[in-house]
Design a protein. Structure first.
Lengths: 108, 219
């Protein structure tokens, strides 16, 4: 199954460049804590230029980095019929983990 | 097979000791970047969310809330439930029994030397503490020593001609056993819910309970 991960940064309306992103799950490389309240997801360049990676920073409750990584992994392991998996939709208030509160996209 | 992510806990738990704490007034001590970890944890919920634990060496002159029973002098007692942490500067405050009759703790107000606390990290929270890789980005696994195996992943910074290398230390000569353990777990959808801990030095967790390859550490 071809899976895609959805992110939005909370802009309302979500209509400017890079307000939201759907990225092929196969481009996901790694994820790690940054601070006690943020963890980062690293993808191969979504523009497919072979350049710098695409980074998604998730803001979450303090000290819950490992739980967020587990929840993201569970979400990615899901098999929805449409292959559309919401990891963090800050605009729509939908998150794959109850610990996540916000989302930021960088180096797109 | 489902998508599987592999987690590696790369550092041991940080600890900081606070000995001879003055408990005559407010019972406070402050985590430091040099003593605990750089950076120190942020967020008022860090302790209540299980990010670290606070313990005290019980003394006859200490008073404990009802939740602790009657600890014997000399034993290490987990008093995290009595503690709060500042949102950003790492200062931990321990509530006294007079304030919290259940979870509170009151140290020896007359002799600071009887008040020894320890703070121990329980979860990763900084970049170097751990990393989770997409198993699909595992390019290869190679023997790298008598008791080590190197896992090469696609570079997480997006550099095409580079790789991230994770080195697992295990029993001598058990490289093939480790590789088979790893692929067996990755391939088994019934055992995997998404994230697999290959080795976590902080929490002392291995790939399997049986640990046939004798996994001991990761770097």
């Amino acid at each position: 199954m071809n899976k895609n991960l959805y992110f939005s940064i909370g802009s309302a309306p979500s209509d400017a460049a890079d307000d939201a992103l759907m990225i092929n799950a196969d481009l996901f490389v790694a994820m790690h804590p940054v601070t006690a309240t943020t963890s980062i997801m690293l993808f191969l360049d979504r523009a497919n230029t072979g350049g710098a990676n695409t980074q998604i920073t998730l803001t979450h409750a303090s000290g819950m980095n490992i739980e967020v990584m587990e929840d993201v992994s569970i979400a990615m392991a899901g098999e929805p019929r449409d292959g559309f998996i919401v990891i963090a939709d800050a605009t729509g208030g939908e998150f794959c983990s109850r610990h996540i509160t916000d989302c930021a996209l960088t180096q797109l | 097979m489902r998508n599987t992510n592999l987690y590696f806990g790369l550092t041991a738990a940080a600890t900081q000791a606070f000995n001879n704490v003055d408990c005559s007034g407010a019972q406070t001590f402050q985590l430091t970047t040099g003593g605990f970890n750089n950076p120190i944890p942020v967020g008022e919920a860090f302790l209540s969310n299980g990010g670290a634990k606070v313990t005290v060496t019980a003394h006859a002159n200490h008073s404990f809330g009802s939740a602790y029973g009657s600890p014997t002098a000399g034993t290490e007692v987990d008093i995290t439930a009595a503690c709060t942490i500042h949102a950003s500067n790492g200062t931990i405050t321990v509530a006294k029994v007079a304030t919290d009759a259940v979870n509170g703790f009151t140290g020896d107000a007359s002799t600071a030397a009887n008040n020894d606390f320890d703070v121990t990290q329980l979860k990763p929270y900084a970049t170097a503490h751990g990393i989770m890789y997409n198993s699909g980005k595992l390019a290869g696994i190679a023997v790298s020593g008598g008791a080590t195996t190197a896992l090469n992943f696609v570079d997480n910074a997006g550099v095409l001609a580079a790789a991230d290398t994770i080195t697992v230390t295990h029993g001598s000569g058990l490289q093939k056993t480790f590789m088979q353990e790893l692929t067996d777990v990755i391939a088994d959808d019934n055992r995997v819910t998404g994230m697999v801990v290959v080795r976590d030095d902080m929490r002392d967790i291995n790939l399997t309970l049986q640990n046939a390859s004798g996994i001991a550490s990761v770097a």
